[in-house]
Design a protein around this ligand. Structure first.
Ligand SMILES: C[S@@+](CC[C@H](N)C(=O)[O-])C[C@H]1O[C@@H](n2cnc3c(N)ncnc32)[C@H](O)[C@@H]1O
Length: 263
């Protein structure tokens, strides 16, 4: 899978903050929602050595790769399932902790999805997830969009596809989580840059693989696509430093716990 190492590298600064916030314990049973190729699942499994980790993801190739990586590391307490976390029948009240690194903003029915996840948590089980703040607070999205728009006019983002910014607004997220049966909902700002590669060519290759970029480029004739590519290259070159190409970004770590009968 092209995106595996790249995405882990992109989020290297975010990852440690999420790991700390999640605070998995030795005996915990952990659910990783939208686990992708499973870096966060493997990380949790190394800590929850006397517990277990289940990673679930809609993408079969990602799950296959997650299994390979966990096997290669000799981890025996982590498993992966190809499943839709919104409707999958998890064992009830099984998990102490549900985590997600940018894998929980894509549900068709978020209240139903988080209610389903909540049923899989033990009473007072915790939810710790990282989600993007608003599009305009994320320099990477702004810069990519500007480059593409200059070539093709407004990039609507309305390809009808999943919206990575759908959990940007704390009051909206609070309402969703409350309706799904969570309490103690809190937001911690994460202001760390994302890494796009060691040089402009690698970064361009990475950005061309984003769904929004590849879809926009596909809509262009070849002259306009060349122009868009050149603008992207310039935008990436402007962010090249001694240690590669980095963009500013802002995310939330959202924490919550399942309602207990006595709270
Ligand atoms: C941006 S990726 C993040 C992957 C992973 N958490 C990571 O940080 O490497 C979002 C992931 O969420 C998964 N996803 C989206 N909707 C899902 C759903 N309803 N159930 C399970 N996984 C889902 C996607 O397949 C994708 O792998």
């Amino acid at each position: 899978m092209r995106h595996a190492a790249g995405y882990d590298a992109e989020l290297r600064r975010h990852n440690e903050l999420l790991r700390q916030a999640a605070g998995a314990q030795l005996h915990d049973h952990v659910l990783d929602i939208g686990c992708g190729t499973g870096q966060t699942s493997r990380q949790a499994a190394r800590t929850a050595r006397a517990g277990s980790v289940l990673g679930v993801d809609l993408s079969a190739p990602a799950v296959e790769r997650a299994r390979e990586l966990a096997r290669a590391e000799g981890l025996r307490n982590v498993t992966f399932e190809h499943a839709d976390a919104q409707v999958h029948r998890f064992p009830p009240e099984r998990f102490d902790l549900a985590i997600s690194r940018f894998g929980s903003m894509f549900f068709a029915d978020p209240v139903a999805a988080f209610a389903n996840i909540g049923r899989a948590l033990r009473p007072a089980g915790r939810l710790v997830m990282m989600v993007w703040q608003a599009r305009e607070r994320n320099e990477w999205d702004v810069a990519i969009r500007r480059s593409l728009e200059a070539a093709e006019g407004p990039v609507t983002g309305a390809s009808g596809g999943p919206d990575p910014f759908s959990f940007a607004d704390p009051p909206t997220v609070t309402e969703i989580l409350r309706a799904a049966g969570f309490a103690g909902i809190a937001f911690t700002e994460v202001h760390e840059p994302v890494y796009y590669g060691p040089d402009v060519t690698a970064a361009l290759d990475w950005v061309r693989g984003f769904t929004c970029t590849s879809e926009a480029l596909k809509r262009l004739d070849s002259a306009a696509a060349t122009r868009a590519d050149e603008r992207l290259r310039q935008a990436l070159a402007a962010r090249l430093g001694d240690d590669g190409v980095w963009f500013d970004s802002r995310a939330w770590i959202v924490t919550a716990h399942r309602h207990r009968a006595d709270t």
